[in-house]
Ligand binder design. Structure first.
Ligand SMILES: NC(=O)C1=CN([C@@H]2O[C@H](COP(=O)(O)OP(=O)(O)OC[C@H]3O[C@@H](n4cnc5c(N)ncnc54)[C@H](OP(=O)(O)O)[C@@H]3O)[C@@H](O)[C@H]2O)C=CC1
Ligand SMILES: N[C@@H](C=O)C(=O)O
Length: 266
């Protein structure tokens, strides 16, 4: 029997933040559809969640950075009327100076962090709009609002995620569809191994959040109706001030007259 809450899809559920989202959404009573490349990890998690929560859990092995796998999974979501929640979580970071970043690794970050997130968001949105219901959670990063010297391409992908998600939020603001962007700071996961900096153990432990605390905060933000959730930002006014300044610019540039600093040459 299908859950009355429907099916929650979690991409990148084989480790880290995605694995905790799968646990928390299973605990809430969602059936689960978990996708990643490491199927053996997904199957172990699925067995655990079935036994803990009695929910239906399906596992799909797919490389979302590969166009054919992505297209197939997007088609699956497009055609699955039980999907009521999507967590676009799959992602990776290569932390390296751009001059040393291979084209392949740059493209892989774009393929997974951007292309897969867009295609899967667009795969579920038409049904959410038709039903005037549904939840989309896009996992961005605090590195979407600034770039460190080693995070240039990664930050660029996450800047896309945050702005793309804000655009979708504008589109559905008069509906009952919930769309949230989550911007974690450093969180204790394997991403830091993939990033090539030797794992999160090289970071100051006081600055690294547990995956459970990160996801529980993100879900609390979702439940509170937040559009943008920073799990570790205590002073939310910092974001409001940034948004206020950002949103003042479109009106200020809406003129045919060039700014005087560019025309008053002496
Ligand atoms: N940890 C942190 O400090 C922060 C993380 N984030 C974001 O959180 C999200 C989750 O990452 P996190 O949990 O930290 O890191 P992990 O490396 O633990 O998890 C990443 C997940 O993404 C999946 N994934 C990566 N590449 C692919 C691919 N090509 N196809 C399918 N799945 C893929 C991995 O599965 P598999 O390898 O099995 O395919 C894995 O399940 C990412 O979007 C990341 O950018 C944001 C801010 C901070
Ligand atoms: N994923 C983290 C960096 O690797 C981050 O977004 O902070």
């Amino acid at each position: 029997m299908s859950s009355k809450l429907g099916t929650a899809v979690v991409t990148g559920a084989s480790s880290g933040i995605g694995a905790v989202y799968a646990d928390r959404l299973g605990a809430r009573g969602y059936d689960l559809l978990l996708v990643a490349r490491r199927v053996e990890r997904l199957e172990k998690l699925a067995a655990d969640l079935r036994s803990k929560y009695g929910v239906h859990v399906e596992v799909v092995g797919a490389d979302l950075g590969k166009a054919s796998d992505l297209e197939q999974f997007a088609d699956r979501l497009r055609g699955d009327e039980h999907v009521t929640l999507l967590v676009n979580n799959a992602g990776l970071a290569y932390m390296t100076p751009s001059a040393e970043l291979s084209a392949a690794k740059a493209q892989e970050q774009i393929n997974v962090n951007v292309t897969a997130l867009v295609q899967l968001s667009l795969a579920v949105l038409p049904r959410f709009v038709a039903k005037n219901a549904g939840t989309l959670i896009n996992i961005s990063s605090v590195l979407s609002i600034f770039a460190m010297p080693l995070s240039t391409t990664y930050s660029g992908t996450k800047a896309f995620v945050t702005l793309f998600t804000q655009g979708l939020q504008q589109e559905v603001k008069d509906t009952k569809i919930r769309i949230q962007a989550v911007l974690p700071a450093s969180t204790a996961t394997e991403i830091w191994d993939v990033a090539g900096i030797g794992g999160h153990g090289v970071l100051d432990p006081a600055t690294v959040m547990s995956t459970e605390a990160c996801v529980d905060a993100a879900l609390a933000g979702l439940d509170a109706g937040e559009l943008i959730t920073f799990p570790s930002l205590e002073d939310g006014a910092l974001w409001s001030h940034l948004e206020q300044a950002r949103l003042a610019i479109p009106a200020a540039v809406n003129t045919r007259i060039p700014a005087s600093r560019y025309t008053s040459r002496v």
